[in-house]
Design a binder for this molecule. Structure first.
Ligand code: NAP
Length: 333
């Protein structure tokens, strides 16, 4: 039996089309000593992959190479092992997504507990980045007002719920459709939400957060960042997590936060961060997530797309706002 993988066919200008992706059949290899062969079960889709396809400048990880398979987080089952500490049937997390079978150095995979969560795909979620952004980066204090953009998305849906669980006084979210807005204030427990298409965004945010915003968890940049700065309270903190405005526009530069006097006047802190800076929080967060899921205080939002062949279209649909929650691709056939 052959395996399938997706390679970068060409480096596009702007947003990629489907012709940027090449589905290829390959032979399933045998692991050498120190390697494992993994049958991937789920892989993550992340808007950041568009930056690796387009090789945007300033990204802290290597871009995809033309002709090579794409990569990204995946969870799978060990099929054969050249490393005594891992055996057939072990479940592992690793970075060789975008392929059905992965050959990996054993040192670069992490064995995970297959029973920790209701689905193995939960390991691909962005809860840790939300938790780190709210705690280590923004220093959220009980009673504060938190604004989360792309709040129905993978990171935002976790950030809003985690903010509430950490004692935020008011949690406000923005999303791109009336259905998503209703889901925020319904199932996900946000105190208020608005559609970012119903601008001016600063006006909608002031209505939703009449006492101002203390912490902004920013996954978007652009106009939402500038609007948040307008509405921030003195000494507010902004955790700069993502760049969806730029990613969905095919990489066009973002005008950024605007006049620095506004930041100085309000003594604001804007701090960029990546999840990799905060891996020390992973076990603390994992414990809390399992507890929140078990007692029903957190809803895990996820969309599952079937089949590697559908992954490129799903990545493009992801930034068009088609889905809610974390988007994963199920790779088993
Ligand atoms: N710093 C890190 O370590 C780290 C880790 C993970 C993710 N990230 C970044 O964080 C961001 C969020 O990632 P995610 O996986 O959670 O994505 P996501 O929020 O699930 O992304 C999909 C959503 O983006 C929204 N969107 C697209 N274009 C937009 C625009 N111009 N303005 C506002 N919203 C827009 C759409 O929602 P609507 O329908 O609501 O518009 C869409 O459903 C990304 O930029 C990602 O690269 C960073």
């Amino acid at each position: 039996m052959n395996a399938r993988e997706i390679r970068l066919a060409a480096r596009p200008h702007g947003l990629p089309g489907l012709d940027a992706f090449h589905l290829v059949e390959t032979a399933i290899p045998d692991p050498a000593p120190g390697q494992v062969l993994i049958r991937n079960l789920y892989m993550s889709l992340d808007p950041g992959m568009l930056m690796l396809i387009g090789a945007y400048p300033d990204i802290p990880i290597p871009p995809y190479e033309v002709g090579a398979p794409l990569y990204g987080d995946a969870v799978g089952e060990v099929m054969a092992s050249g490393e005594p500490s891992l055996k057939e049937g072990d479940v592992v997390l690793h970075r060789h997504g975008w392929r059905e079978y992965a050959l990996a150095d054993a040192a670069q995979v992490r064995q995970v507990d297959p029973d920790a969560y209701p689905s193995l795909s939960t390991y691909l979620g962005f809860g840790l980045v939300a938790y780190a952004g709210l705690t280590a980066v923004a220093g959220l204090r009980p009673g504060e007002t938190v604004f989360v953009s792309s709040a129905a998305g993978a990171t935002g849906s976790m950030a809003g719920q985690i903010a509430r669980l950490l004692g935020a006084g008011r949690v406000v979210g923005s999303a791109g459709t009336p259905e998503k807005v209703a889901r925020l204030t319904g199932t996900l427990g946000f105190d208020a939400a608005f559609d970012h298409h119903d601008g001016p965004i600063a006006d909608r945010l002031r209505e939703a957060a009449p006492d101002g915003v203390d912490v902004y968890f920013d996954t978007v940049g652009g106009e939402q960042l500038r609007a948040a700065i307008d509405v921030m309270n003195a000494h507010g903190r902004i955790a700069l997590c993502g760049a969806l405005a730029r990613q969905s526009a095919g990489g066009s530069p973002d005008a950024g936060p605007g006049d620095p006097m506004r930041l100085i006047g309000k003594r604001l802190t804007l701090r960029g961060f990546t999840m990799n800076d905060h891996l020390d929080l992973a076990s603390e967060f994992g414990r809390r997530l399992r507890q929140w899921l078990a007692d029903g205080s957190l809803v895990y939002e996820e969309t599952v797309v079937d089949g590697l062949e559908n992954a490129p279209q799903a990545l493009l649909d992801l930034v068009r706002g088609t889905y809610t929650g974390k988007v994963v691709v199920r790779l088993t056939r």
